[in-house]
Design a protein around this ligand. Structure first.
Ligand SMILES: [Zn+2]
Ligand SMILES: [Zn+2]
Length: 485
């Protein structure tokens, strides 16, 4: 769910220079085979990604997408374990044994209401249908490509260790990874490598927002809205009263806070007093402890609304994630890998397509040519990206690194039809291959550099502090497998 940081872009970007120079000084460069292996299968992976783009399956319903990625990995020689952490579409796929254990994280869920054809003007394929507005079809496919290439490289170079792919469903609000962390699936992992589609090639060096989300389900009493309204108690009134209180609360929360809601059920007919109504909330802040405090106040608003309207409610918590903990040790390795891979240049047809699409976006200062570049390493980045990801929970458990690649036309926001359009055609595929290669180089380097892994672990422990205990706000509850139904 990564979005580009609004606050962090004001920081001074500094180039890391020669300390991050190209590797391979000691003898023949054996990692070049990773790049050629991924290039050789680029058309195949474009096809896999396009199938998942077409499935456009929502969180926890990614049956076909998950099965396709599992099949790719199984065919390549991985041992697949499906249905982990109590989630039918979650899986792991493993190769090798012993230490180090390196995790590669893949996502594949789509978003509701974003159906879009691969054309540079808004044109849904299915009216009201789902679409890959966050590029998770590319996300899942690139990480599978990385895993397969690294496995082949490990065999060819007799590299020891465990390579484990994590198929992580329902990133968009379902917090799939959180259940996998909670259930101990990362307990033996040394480092985690992942990425996210975007409109530029860069390494993530700013955090994200922690959040909690849930559905408030109000129950009232139905009655004829004209003939006997005094006998009714409107559940919709309760939703409206709650929303009003929360909207006033916005003035009295820290300014980095984000609160959003949608009314998912507001009754069926105006002449029937609604006996059921539901509102779905998300609260975000950079610090999970502040999220806790604001979330408690949102629940107070629900209680007050129920009391004042003569209704009752229950709360179903659907997700909660930590902020992303940046690991600079790993980020520097990833930066070097990404710089070695580089960006790509649009063909004439891609450029014309991108220019047409840009007409449907607000003016952007980011040139189209920037897809050929890698953004400088933002060593002193501060601030927070104003979105959330369930990679956050993984990052508090094991050192984690995430890069971005230009799968969307520069200036494209995530969760837009423009992102779905570019993600479904060659621009998306080309960014995906950049990501797969850069992750493969990083993963290979980590397998052969225990000192880097040790430094990354020490950095994580210092950042968490001596008394840190990971506890998800989801407690012991089961995954909300129906949150998109
Ligand atoms: Zn997203
Ligand atoms: Zn996303």
């Amino acid at each position: 769910m990564r979005l580009y940081p609004l606050l962090a872009r004001v920081v001074l970007l500094t180039l890391c220079g020669s300390s991050l120079g190209a590797q391979g000084a000691k003898g023949p460069d054996k990692t070049a085979s990773l790049l050629t292996a991924i290039d050789a299968k680029a058309t195949h992976y474009a096809n896999v990604a396009h199938q998942i783009w077409g499935f456009a399956e929502l969180g926890y319903q990614e049956v076909k997408s998950s099965a396709l990625l599992q099949r790719e990995l199984a065919d390549a020689g991985f041992t697949v374990k499906a249905g982990v952490a109590g989630i039918p579409t979650a899986f792991t796929a493993e190769y090798g044994s012993g230490k180090p254990v390196i995790a590669i994280l893949g996502e594949f869920d789509a978003l509701p209401g974003l159906s879009q054809d691969t054309v540079p003007v808004q044109h849904p394929l299915v009216a009201g249908g789902a679409g890959h507005g966050c590029g998770h079809h590319l996300f899942g496919t690139a990480t599978v490509a990385t895993a397969i290439a690294v496995r082949e490289w490990m065999i060819a170079n007799k590299v020891a260790g465990t390579l484990r792919f994590y198929g992580t469903p329902a990133e968009e609000g379902g917090a799939g990874k959180v259940y996998m962390v909670r259930d101990g699936l990362f307990d033996d992992v040394d480092v985690a490598v992942t990425w996210h589609p975007g409109d530029r090639n860069d390494v993530q060096t700013v955090s994200t927002l922690a959040n909690v989300s849930g559905k408030f389900r109000f129950k009232g009493i139905s009655a004829h809205a004209a003939a006997s309204p005094e006998q009714g108690r409107s559940a919709l009134d309760a939703v409206e009263a709650m929303d009003h209180m929360v909207n006033m609360m916005r003035e009295h929360v820290p300014q980095e806070t984000r609160i959003h809601y949608v009314i998912t059920n507001g009754g069926r007919a105006p002449n029937v007093v609604p006996d059921f109504a539901e509102v779905y909330y998300v609260v975000r802040h950079p610090d999970i402890r502040e999220v806790d405090r604001i979330w408690a106040r949102v629940q107070d608003a629900a209680k007050g609304a129920a009391l004042g309207t003569g209704t009752s409610y229950e709360l179903v918590v659907t997700g909660s994630v930590y902020n992303l903990l940046i690991n600079k040790t790993l980020a520097k390795v990833q930066q070097r890998s990404l710089e070695r891979v580089g960006g790509y240049t649009y063909t004439a047809a891609e450029r014309a397509w991108a220019e047409r699409l840009r007409q449907a976006l607000p003016p952007s200062s980011i040139p189209l040519e920037s897809v050929a570049q890698v953004q400088p390493y933002a060593a002193d980045a501060s601030g927070t990206g104003m979105a959330s990801t369930d990679v956050g929970d993984v990052s508090w458990r094991v050192p984690t690194v995430q890069l971005g690649a230009a799968t969307w036309v520069p200036g494209t926001p995530a969760h837009s039809w423009q992102a779905v359009a570019a993600g479904g055609m060659s621009i998306g595929n080309r960014g995906m291959i950049v990501a797969a290669k850069a992750m493969a180089l990083t993963t290979a380097e980590l397998f052969t550099s225990p000192a880097t892994i040790a430094a990354a672990r020490a950095e994580l422990e210092a950042a968490r502090g001596p008394h840190f205990v990971y506890t998800t706000r989801l407690g012991t509850q089961k995954p909300a497998l129906d949150y998109r139904k």
